[in-house]
Ligand binder design. Structure first.
Ligand SMILES: Cc1cc2nc3c(=O)[nH]c(=O)nc-3n(C[C@H](O)[C@H](O)[C@H](O)COP(=O)(O)O)c2cc1C
Length: 242
């Protein structure tokens, strides 16, 4: 036992906490430690948990603390991004006047969408979801999170730089946002009242930010109903090469 402890001490002393790679500081990666025999169980538990997520369009007016929303946004911002530019801004809105303005402007666009801008086949595909041009959830949900993508930025010297893989990066961050919302026992809806330029104006965002998604966040109304849709089976969404 003494020998084993000695060996472990020597081994841990040998592994540096930090080191320079190409002249840049790197720190030791601390892996999330889950015993190998738990792999199937934990991955299955997470699958079951995520499989319960649904897009919900009926919200309770029950309050959600600002601190919880901050944690959810911070979780999303742990997402990987092209060259670690984190090209996103999450605008969290609980102000009722702003929410009403957003609903009003979104419904103007959605009226156009549902009465001619969307194709026949698009409207047919949407029919089972029961969506209309009316968006009461934009006022009912305690929070709206509007995600903006930062197409370019200015550095300390004022020089303009384009960001990389902006759509991919922001899409991944939004997926993690949705997961964090679900994990907190809250619900959301991925909403795209296209075109979304009105959000830049209502929220006074700078020219380098473009609206990406609009997500109401809160507790589900009790009861709330969701479309009876099925998810594709594994063999329809994957191909294994072993
Ligand atoms: C990019 C994107 C845009 C969406 N836009 C809308 C939308 O504008 N309005 C809406 O009611 N649902 C919208 N949805 C939600 C989808 O209808 C929903 O995710 C899909 O029907 C599957 O249901 P589920 O999320 O409950 O699994 C959108 C989803 C995605 C990913």
């Amino acid at each position: 036992m003494l020998q084993l402890n000695l060996y472990l001490n020597i081994m841990s002393a040998a592994v540096e906490k930090n080191k320079l790679i190409n002249g840049y500081k790197h720190s030791l990666y601390e892996a999330v430690s889950i015993p190998e025999e738990e792999l199937l169980k934990t991955s299955n538990q997470f699958l079951e948990h995520l499989d319960k997520r649904r897009s919900v369009r009926e919200f309770s007016d029950k309050e959600v603390s600002k601190e919880a929303i901050e944690n959810i946004i911070k979780s999303a911002s742990t997402a990987p991004s092209g060259a670690h530019k984190q090209p996103w801004t999450f605008c969290a809105i609980s102000n009722s006047e702003l929410k009403s303005k957003i609903r009003e402007a979104a419904e103007v666009e959605e009226l156009e969408n549902y009465s001619g801008r969307m194709s026949e086949s698009w409207l047919r595909d949407l029919a089972p979801l029961g969506t209309t041009m009316e968006k009461p959830f934009l006022e009912e949900a305690p929070w709206l999170i509007v995600i903006f993508k930062k197409v370019y930025e200015f550095d300390e010297t004022g020089a303009k730089h384009n960001n990389y893989y902006v759509n991919e990066s922001v899409g991944i961050a939004c997926g993690m946002l949705i997961t964090a919302i679900h994990n907190a026992g809250l619900v959301t809806l991925t909403h795209t009242p296209s075109p979304m330029n009105f959000l830049t104006k209502v929220l006074g965002r700078p020219a380098n930010e473009r609206p990406y998604l609009l997500m109401p966040v809160g507790y589900a109304k009790n009861p709330a109903y969701v479309p009876d849709i099925q998810r594709k089976e594994l063999d329809k969404i994957s191909q294994f090469y072993e």
